[in-house]
Structure formats: C-alpha cells, structure tokens
Design a protein around this ligand. Structure first.
Ligand code: CO
Length: 134
C-alpha cells in the first residue's frame, strides 16, 4: 500500500534560519516560503533528488506545530509522508486493520493540494504518519 517517501517534515523554531542553514550549510535547494493559513503553518521544501524535506513553522500559537515546538523547542521530526495510489482504498484497509485515522477519518486536502490522511503516532512507534494520494 505505501510506496515512496513523499517528504519528511521537520518542525523548526525559526523558518528563515532553517532555510538559510539548508541552503548554505547543507548546500540544498529550498523553495520559496508557502503560507498554508488553513493548516496554520508556513513551510518551505528542501528539494532532494529522491524526496523532499518540509520545513514547518506555526502561523499561530494554536497551531499543532506550536504545541510540538513547546515540547521540542529546538525543533524535531514532525511526520513522515508516504505515498499511496488510492487514498480511499488505504483508508478502508487501515480501518480493517484497526488503525486510528486522525480527525473524522476522511481524507483532507493537504498542504500540496493532494488528498491526505494522518495516523496517530501512538499506534506507529511514536511517529506521526501522513499518507498522500499521488
Ligand atoms: Co506533510
């Protein structure tokens, strides 16, 4: 069901500093900043040959990323996103397997305009999982 890693998201306390570090210290290619008001985040992508890193920063204090940064003030890996071909088939498979889908259990439009689901970190070894339909 899961295919490639689409991206790994890192919550960062200072987005400009993180972009600068990825561009300069690590010599990476970083996208312009994207504001996702609906998701309460601003982000930039580090574009790698085989995947992407999503640098995530909260837009407001009530964003889930703000809560994550309270617990992890230096930042940290926030989620891993795996690609799936069919998000509704994935949802049905996960429900049969007893996995808990976050929210109301229906796919949402994610930060990249594709349908996504999130799976609770408690059920997946402490790792928040995003599934994105590609
Ligand atoms: Co993501």
């Amino acid at each position: 069901m899961i295919k490639k890693i689409n991206h790994i998201a890192i919550a960062v306390p200072d987005l400009q500093a993180a972009i600068h570090q990825y561009e300069t210290t690590l010599g990476g290619k970083v996208s312009p900043i994207i504001e996702e008001g609906e998701h309460g985040v601003m982000l930039a992508f580090v574009e790698l040959d085989n995947s992407k890193i999503e640098l995530l920063h909260p837009l407001s204090d009530d964003s889930p990323i703000a809560k994550f940064l309270e617990k992890n003030p230096h930042g940290g890996i926030h989620h891993i996103c795996y690609e799936v071909n069919d998000i509704m088939a994935a949802k049905e498979h996960l429900e049969r397997e007893g996995a808990k889908i976050l929210g109301d259990g229906t796919p949402k439009i994610g930060a990249h305009g594709k349908r996504v689901l999130f799976l609770h970190p408690k059920d997946f070894n402490g790792c928040l999982i995003e599934l994105e339909e590609i």
